[in-house]
Write a protein that binds this ligand. Structure first.
Ligand SMILES: Cc1cc2nc3c(=O)[nH]c(=O)nc-3n(C[C@H](O)[C@H](O)[C@H](O)COP(=O)(O)OP(=O)(O)OC[C@H]3O[C@@H](n4cnc5c(N)ncnc54)[C@H](O)[C@@H]3O)c2cc1C
Length: 490
């Protein structure tokens, strides 16, 4: 929808084909949180020693490629200049963002695509804000947290016009763009499933064939085709084809089945990184749905196993946390936080009430009763929480049995909450090969004329492990580029 709205702005005639009864896909299902550098960085909170440690972790680790080595040096120079200028607020830059995305993805990503994303992230965020009266809540202006697997305080949350009230992701990311497309004379078809991509003898893609809700084939011709059909996380057969992962639940909407990607391969498209599939640590153990909205903020929330022990740095990478969970007894662990998290609106009270009503969370007046309700070993849990809270108060986590790079508030104010979590198939990082202009490349790296792709259907941006919040940055940046590419007046 980002590509379609951008294209109509550029004077293109647009048709959007959606196979489900409703538009929005996983984007509408998501929390809507994206990563971008703050447009007014001087408003950010002061840079704490822990945030400095995070930067150092990425600038000082052994570089996995020469591009990463260059970025490490650039970031060191930028940080030095930031300090020399007496700037006290949290340091950030497109290069730090790129460095973390590359190292977080174990350098299986394409550095050119990554830098395209990070250098255009803030502009893309501002572009979306202009499409309706939504406003961004720039989280690091209010508290320091990394989000689940986001590894740096760079989170941007969509809000209503007052800048505070939560807005549905559909209303922030989908409906204003869909309205723009239809108002400009574009057509949005639902229950119209793309079955085939048509490529002419001259090598140019000229359209697609779709099947409508009555089972009738419909041909759509166009000067250009943009593929934005998402990933394949809800297609277990395809997941197993590329990665024999031992998780079957998924957070994805049921239409995330990857057939458009497979059709693109039939017309010559190349693939990259297909074996990289992210399992998310915030799966609901009963149904695989994502619990991130109620599982607390990672810096404030210790995760313990059924024995009452912490086992991982909650502010680290998603793959480390998920594989940590898989190594725990029963492969279910517990996110623990207190009333401050609710009072400070880091977790919405209305969502927590729903979760409690469904039996997806526990609440108690003290930590001992909380452990009892959740079936966690009470004696060990008491020891773990005492040490954790002491580390939080002294901001010294090095003596913890499992250190934590960024520790937030102690868990010490009634009521207390516990959310059981496990792993769930979340993000298929591999997909179609594209270049920085979102043109789809064939298996030899040549452009397929007339064919573009953006979002989760593409590969190369997130490497072996997608950072939290980077998917929406990806689709905003590359969706926008794709829309401009096909516009008569970009
Ligand atoms: C529960 C959840 C929470 C998330 N939260 C966040 C978050 O806060 N921040 C973040 O960065 N990322 C988040 N993500 C990831 C992010 O939402 C997705 O990676 C992103 O929305 C993918 O966007 P997309 O446009 O590529 O695909 P989608 O938004 O899934 O859109 C693809 C559309 O194509 C349609 N389609 C598929 N096949 C066909 C076909 N054959 N014919 C016609 N239409 C077809 C699908 O039905 C779908 O509507 C979350 C994901 C989930 C599941």
């Amino acid at each position: 929808m980002v590509a379609a709205a951008t294209a109509v702005d550029g004077g293109a005639k647009v048709i959007v084909l959606e196979k489900m009864a409703m538009i929005g896909g996983n984007t509408a299902r998501s929390e809507g949180n994206m990563s971008a550098m703050d447009p007014e960085p001087e408003k950010l909170l002061p840079m704490t020693p822990a945030v400095r440690d995070i930067v150092k972790k990425y600038t000082d680790q052994k570089p996995c490629t020469k591009e990463v080595a260059q970025l490490q040096q650039t970031v060191k120079d930028q940080l030095k200049a930031h300090n020399a200028a007496g700037k006290k607020y949290i340091f950030d830059s497109p290069e730090l963002f790129a460095l973390q995305t590359l190292e977080g993805g174990d350098c299986h990503n394409d550095p050119k695509l990554v830098l395209t994303m990070t250098r255009n992230a803030t502009a893309a965020m501002e572009w979306l804000e202009k499409q309706s009266d939504m406003k961004w809540y720039h989280v690091p202006r209010y508290w320091v947290d990394v989000g689940i697997g986001g590894i740096y305080p760079r989170g941007q949350w969509p809000r209503h016009a007052d800048g505070k009230t939560p807005i549905s992701t559909y209303d922030a990311y989908i409906s204003p763009l869909a309205d723009k497309v239809t108002k400009a004379g574009g057509h949005i078809y639902t229950q119209m499933k793309v079955m085939q991509i048509v490529r002419g003898k001259d090598g140019r893609v000229t359209g697609v064939i779709a099947v409508d809700k009555n089972g009738k084939n419909q041909a759509f011709n166009g000067k250009n085709v943009i593929l934005a059909a998402g990933g394949y996380g809800a297609n277990l057969k395809m997941v197993k084809k590329y990665n024999n992962i031992n998780v079957i639940a998924t957070s994805n909407q049921p239409g995330t089945t990857g057939e458009v990607l497979e059709e693109a391969v039939k017309v010559g498209a190349g693939l990259t990184g297909m074996k990289w599939i992210q399992i998310h640590p915030h799966g609901n153990p009963k149904n695989g749905e994502l619990e991130s909205a109620i599982a607390g903020r990672p810096s404030d929330t210790p995760y313990v196993n059924v024995n009452g022990d912490r086992f991982v740095d909650e502010t680290g990478r998603r793959d480390d946390i998920s594989h940590g969970i898989l190594a725990q007894p029963g492969q279910v662990v517990y996110a623990i936080f207190d009333q401050k998290t609710i009072d400070q609106k880091k977790v919405r009270d209305d969502l927590m009430q729903i979760a409690l009503g469904h039996g997806y969370a526990y609440k108690a007046d003290n930590l001992n009763d909380l452990a009892k309700a959740a079936g966690i070993n009470q004696a060990e849990f008491a020891k773990t929480m005492a040490a954790y809270n002491e580390a939080s108060r002294t901001q010294n986590t090095k003596s913890l049995p499992v250190p934590k790079i960024l520790i937030g508030m102690p868990v010490d104010k009634a009521s207390f909450y516990c959310v059981p979590i496990t792993t769930t198939i979340h993000h298929t990082m591999g997909g179609l090969r594209i270049n920085e202009k979102t043109q789809v490349l064939d298996t030899k790296g040549h452009v397929i004329p007339g064919l573009y792709a953006a979002g989760k259907i593409t590969g190369g941006i997130h490497g072996g492990n997608r950072l939290g919040r980077n998917a929406l940055t990806d689709l905003l940046v590359f969706g926008h580029i794709a829309g401009m590419q096909v516009s008569p007046k970009p």
